[in-house]
Design a protein around this ligand. Structure first.
Ligand code: GDD
Ligand code: MG
Length: 346
């Protein structure tokens, strides 16, 4: 069994965070995001993993290297230009020899992948897709199935009338098990999308195409700032259970400072007297000066937060400088190296 992670998108919706950091390796609890996907694959005994890249591939490759540190064997394939999700799978054709688990490189889940593979085998399926119910299906691929879990319809980014029409809230969770025969439905060298081209073609040709619905697992696409922040809150509140969390590195905290039990503080941070860190994740080497407050937020590494600044429900990129008494709130997202002068309010 092998896996292919589709990790070539530009991460536009997560800008400005993705200007210098491609989406697959944005830090989640101070670890590159892809490590969560690598972990669920490894747990299912899948160690042969290909990463399909396009946007800033070198950064991803340099960081994750050959994967041996994580108990897997990573290979990298970079398309000359974005081929689309199906096109990226076709581009990997030479390295696809067997049943393959394909993941969208931005879904956070604690799913047991081996159960999906078992379902795929039991159904003698050619393509199996994991579904999850969501409140706003319009942002995703809506999937209709019959009682036997056969896929009947696949509608990517449906409009409101179609959502009402299909009477389901189950969407494509971006996790597939595919037989190599699916490659025959994709033309080589052309742009192709699983969602708009390949899945509709499987349906048209009445191929065995089944869906497996997530019931008690966590699932989230981290591809927007709100969702990225929410993933952190879900981890901190214990909603995501099946990953080990490293709470603290070695850091220096003044006795009069408050760091609540939920928060995660990276190595080499300095937290000065009367500063407060509440329900937040602080990256490596961050300085939090006196009386500054960080609440429900994510701060990337090497940022400096000056005296009495207040950061609430926001994401602050790497190496930023937040001046004294600055107020950042309500889902603000600051890109790397942003500098805010004293008393700025955003
Ligand atoms: N290699 C490669 N090449 N990867 C790509 C390309 C490409 O041309 N285009 C997109 N990807 C990767 C992205 O990096 C991402 O990890 C994944 O494919 C999905 O792309 P998104 O841009 O995040 O799609 P989406 O979130 O709007 O919709 C998709 O995911 C939903 C679940 O989160 C669809 O698959 C929906 O049907 C699905 O519901
Ligand atoms: Mg996405």
């Amino acid at each position: 069994m092998q896996a292919l992670i589709l990790a070539g998108g530009k991460g536009t919706r997560l800008r400005p965070l993705t200007v210098y950091t491609p989406k697959p390796i944005v830090p989640v609890l101070n670890r590159p995001f892809l490590l969560y996907q690598i972990e669920i694959l490894r747990r299912a005994g899948i160690t042969d993993i290909t990463l399909s890249l396009n946007y800033q591939p070198d950064k991803i490759e340099q960081l994750l290297d050959d994967g041996s540190e994580y108990g897997v064997n990573l290979r990298y394939l970079t398309e000359p230009s974005p081929m689309g999700t199906g096109g990226a799978y076709k581009y990997a054709e030479d390295s696809i020899r067997e049943t393959t688990v394909v993941l969208n490189g931005d879904v956070l889940t604690d799913l047991d992948v081996s159960k999906v593979v078992a379902f795929h085998r039991q159904k003698k399926s050619e393509a199996t897709i994991v579904l999850t119910p969501v409140e706003n299906p319009a942002a995703y691929g809506l999937v209709e199935t019959d009682e036997e879990n056969r896929v009947l319809r696949f509608r990517e980014k449906p409009d409101a009338s179609e959502v009402a029409d299909l009477k389901t809230k189950n969407i494509n969770a971006g996790i597939y098990v595919l037989e190599p025969s699916v490659l025959d439905f994709i033309a080589a060298g052309e742009n192709s999308s699983f969602e708009y081209n390949v899945f509709p073609a499987l349906l048209k040709n009445q191929k065995p195409f089944y869906a497996c619905v997530l019931r008690n697992n966590y699932w989230r696409d981290i591809g927007t700032p709100e969702s990225y922040l929410k993933a952190h809150h879900d981890f901190l509140s214990g909603k995501i259970k099946n990953f080990e969390i490293e709470r603290t590195g070695e850091f220096e905290v003044a006795t009069a400072a408050l760091v609540d039990k939920r928060s995660i503080i990276g190595a080499d941070c300095v937290i000065k007297p009367n500063a407060k860190i509440i329900n937040s994740v602080i990256g490596e080497g961050v300085h939090v000066e006196e009386k500054a407050v960080v609440e429900n937020s994510v701060i990337w590494s090497h940022t400096r937060i000056s005296n009495a600044a207040h950061i609430k429900n926001s994401v602050v990129g790497r190496s930023c400088h937040i001046g004294r008494n600055v107020v950042i709130s309500d889902g603000a997202v600051l890109g790397d190296k942003t500098s805010l002068t004293d008393y700025t309010k955003i």
